[in-house]
Structures are given as C-alpha cells and as structure tokens.
Design a protein around this ligand. Structure first.
Ligand SMILES: C[S@@+](CC[C@H](N)C(=O)[O-])C[C@H]1O[C@@H](n2cnc3c(N)ncnc32)[C@H](O)[C@@H]1O
Ligand code: SF4
Length: 481
C-alpha cells in the first residue's frame, strides 16, 4: 500500500441492514450493477479534489505501482449506436482523429514524465471503435506506448472492431497483428434487422459477420471474442435465442454477454419497459445454450470461454477483475484507478473533444474529476469489478485493503452465505446460481453506505428526489442502530 485512504464522511460511516440493501438492489435492478458508483454527485462529490492537487495526488497514488495496466480510448465510430454507454464523439468531430492522436501521444508523455516508465501487465485499446484508426495510426500509437512503458512479450494486447470494418478492411486487421495486437473483440450485439434499426446499428448486420470472422482468422487472431447484448425493450426470448445460435456459428474463442445498461444512454427512457423476470430468462437461456456448446463461465460471469483454463477476457480485464490491479486510462473520458483514487478524463460527461485537447495542449493531466476515496468506496469498487467474474479473490482483497472481506463485511458475507447467494470455494467467495439470479441485490450488499442509502430511498417508479433520499436513508440508519 503506497498511501492511506481518505476518511469516510458521515454518509459513509452509516450502516444499513443487509436485507434492506439486498431488496433495494433488486428493486433498482437497472442501476445496481457493476458500474460503480451510483449517484456520484451525491456519493463521490465530497471526495473530489481540485485541479491544484492533480499532479501531486496522481504521483503519490501511483507511486511504486509496478506492474500497472494500461487502457487507451479511441472515441471514434462510423456511426453512433443509440444504446451505447461509451465515450464516443459526434459525427461532426470525426475529422479530428489525427489531432486527437497527437494529444494521446502527448498524454502518454505527461504520465511517463510524472510516473517514470512502468511495466505493463495488460494493455487494451478500446472505444469507441479502435479499428476506425488507419494502420499507420495504430502502429504509431503502439510505438509510442512501447517507448514509454515496458511491454513484456507475454502480455496479450487486445482491441475492438465492428463487424463492418472487420469485413471491409482486412488490411487493418493484418496491420494490427503486425503491430503486436493478439486479441480482438467484435460487437455483434443482436441480429434482428428491426431491432438493429431501432438501435441505429443496421450497418453492422449479419451480412458482414462471416466475412469479418474470415478476415480476423486470416490475419492470425486465435483469441477472438464476440459481444452480444440482451435486456432490450421488445427483444423476445426467441429472438435472443437466434442471436445466440448465430454467435455460436461464428465460433469465437469467447462470447461476452452484456445486459443493456440504460443509465445515461440515448434510450434511457426504455428501461421501464424491461422487466427483471424477462432479463433473467434471457440470461438463463444464454447460460444453458452456451454451456451445451462448450462455452463455460462461473455463475455471474459474463464472458464465456470455450478454451479450458482461459477466462476469455483480455489480460487487462483479467488482472483488473481478479487482482484489482491499478490501471491508467488515457484518452477521452478514460477512467484511471489506483488503490486510493479513481479519476475520469475530460469528455467522460460532455463527450466532446475540445476540453481534453485544451488540457493536454496546456501540459496538464486532462482530468475532469479526481476522487480521493475512503476505503469503503475502494472496496465496493473492487467487489463490483470482481463480480464481472462472479467471485471475489479473498487474498487479493486482503492484500489491497489490509483486512479480509469477511472482516470488512461481516453481516453481508454471512447474509450471502446463509441465503445461498455465495459460497466459499478455496480462496474465492463465489456467486452461486441463486446469487447470479439475484445479481443486483447481491452486488448492492457491498456498495458503500452512501450508495446504499441512495438505493434504499430511491423509488424506481418515481422521479428522483434528493431530500426524500436523505430523509429515508436517515430513517433506515436510525432503525438499524
Ligand atoms: C466499446 S463497445 C464495442 C466495440 C465496437 N465499437 C462495436 O460496437 O462492435 C464494447 C461493448 O460494450 C457493449 N455495450 C455498449 N453499450 C452498452 C450499454 N449501454 N450497456 C451494456 N453494454 C453495452 C456492447 O456489447 C459493445 O460491443
Ligand atoms: S456500440 Fe460500438 S460502434 Fe456503436 S457507438 Fe458504441 S462503441 Fe461505437
């Protein structure tokens, strides 16, 4: 541990009973998920630090962290899909790719100057659509990263593409392989033409998929993932089955399932049309069908792998999830995470390039928000991320926080074990099938008190009301004490 956590405020010193928190997570299933925190304006704002502390706090927080993980964000896409939650710039800013890449290189230099060279244990180039870049742009980016970081040859570098680009531009795929990228993920999402149209993704339909896979294989990729999405309004169980069967025909090494997260997307108003029971049925159908074809995952894990002993994820994701390893995120809206801080780059909220470009040009770290967090939130964040794999590594938790998960959450762990939501398997606290079915309630058990209080007071049927939230949270805290 390189530095201490900040002290929790009163809202994070409260305690709420597990049963009530579990029910609040289930009730608010559209937001009680791994995308932590919730209601950051209430829950994290008190820990936000001013720009005058950016450099010194980042230097302290990352001091001695070696190896590290690196994420680089490419915020460009041919079109912007209506459901997308990622930082993607509008069509009017697409011409800015080269200017953006120049600033990305500069940002790398700024971090290298501040932290010195570090060894990388994982490196993802994500988006957006990284395959939007031309071969020489990707090669220059890779070269710049190698100039400033030690990148051991065993690290599997991973990137993403849409089907349309993979089908149309085999030269790009070959050049990515040439630049040292060894894993590629492609978003299939769904296959129904009418749903694709509603989602404004009709340019990436099935007509591109088989050619895309041929090109990916011809380029030499043997670590290939397909993303699918469920939990859309008007997505029937049968149409979901057809999507799954189609993905199986593409024969990737891994298939990742994303339940649609509506928060802050352009179709957020559709969340209320999606019932928890329907989503559970889709998840269960997927688990069964994928298992029948040799794609396996622990309960709660959303990446299914057909390669024995391989989690199906990139090294960057695997180390984040299993070890809670710190990462530096570069580029528009990217998130960084040390043992005590979390930050978001410019663009995380507004999604436009200008503030990011301006900060880098001024030689400043392009941060929009930097939070110096108490242990309660860092533990919650680690557990949320661990739940991507459906389990928490108890030794990794102990090493990060200096106490065991059972000590940190005695009532919550007992609640989860007694109700059969989790089980102890060796060094792992693992989600059971029942726990996976109640994912949203289970994850809420481990949120920090301020986030729990928000969920406890929130009525998903009604508009949000902060005063009501505070009043109800206080009442629950009083009843519990
Ligand atoms: C950065 S994006 C995809 C890469 C590539 N641009 C594509 O569309 O194929 C990574 C994945 O996140 C998932 N995703 C996007 N928006 C989401 C949302 N609102 N909720 C859950 N998953 C989402 C999609 O499955 C997508 O393939
Ligand atoms: S899903 Fe992919 S292509 Fe669509 S907007 Fe998001 S990142 Fe871009």
């Amino acid at each position: 541990m390189n530095r201490a956590w900040s002290l929790p405020n009163a809202a994070d010193a409260a305690h709420y009973p597990p049963q009530a928190c579990f029910e609040a997570g289930e009730r608010n299933h559209h937001i009680a998920n791994t995308a932590y925190p919730i209601a950051h304006q209430l829950t994290w704002k008190p820990y936000r630090v001013g720009p005058e502390r950016y450099r010194s706090l980042v230097a302290q927080a990352f001091e001695g962290l070696d190896p590290l993980l690196l994420y680089v964000h490419i915020p460009f896409c041919e079109v912007r899909c209506a459901y997308c939650e990622y930082t993607v710039v509008g069509q009017d800013e697409l011409h800015g790719t080269q200017q953006y890449l120049r600033r990305l290189h500069r940002e790398l230099e700024l971090y290298a100057g501040l932290l010195g060279s570090r060894r990388l244990a994982g490196f993802d180039i994500g988006g957006g659509t990284p395959s939007f870049l031309e071969p020489e742009q990707m090669a220059a980016l890779m070269e710049k990263v190698r100039e400033h970081f030690e990148l051991p040859s065993e690290v599997v570098i991973s990137t993403e593409t849409t089907p349309r680009i993979a089908a149309a531009r085999p030269d790009k795929l070959a050049s990515f392989m040439q630049a040292g990228i060894r894993r590629i993920s492609m978003g299939v999402q769904v296959i129904q033409p009418d749903l694709l149209k509603v989602l404004q993704r009709d340019g990436n339909g099935v007509e591109h998929h088989f050619r895309a896979v041929e090109n990916i294989r011809a380029a030499g990729f043997t670590d290939f993932n397909v993303d699918l999405m469920y939990g859309f309004a008007r997505q029937s169980l049968e149409s979901w089955r057809a999507t799954l069967e189609h993905a199986l025909r593409l024969a990737p090494e891994a298939i990742t399932l994303y339940r649609m997260r509506y928060k802050l997307t352009r179709i957020s108003e559709q969340a209320s049309q999606v019932a928890l029971e329907g989503v559970r049925a889709q998840a269960e159908l997927a688990k069964k069908l994928l298992a029948d074809h040799g794609y396996l995952a622990n309960p709660g894990k959303n990446t299914y792998s057909r390669i024995p002993g391989h989690p199906g994820t990139s090294d960057y994701i695997t180390r984040r999830v299993v070890d809670g390893m710190p990462y530096l995120g570069l580029g528009l809206g990217a998130q960084s995470f040390s043992h005590t801080t979390v930050s978001y780059n410019e663009g995380a909220a507004g999604k436009n390039l200008r503030p990011y470009l301006r900060s880098v040009d001024a030689g400043e770290l392009p941060l929009q928000d930097l939070y110096d967090l108490p242990r309660e939130h860092m533990m919650a964040k680690m557990i949320c991320v661990s739940f991507y794999f459906g389990e928490v590594d108890r030794s990794a938790f102990q090493a990060k926080f200096g106490l065991g998960i059972e000590q940190a959450y005695p009532e919550e762990v007992a609640f989860a074990l007694e109700r059969g939501l989790m089980s102890l398997t060796g060094d792992k606290l693992t989600m059971t099938e029942l726990g996976a079915r109640h994912f949203n309630g289970l994850v809420a058990l481990f949120h920090a008190p301020s986030v729990k209080s928000y969920l406890l007071a929130r009525d998903p049927e009604k508009a949000e009301d902060m005063h009501r939230h505070r009043r109800l949270a206080l009442a629950v805290a009083r009843r519990a004490s």
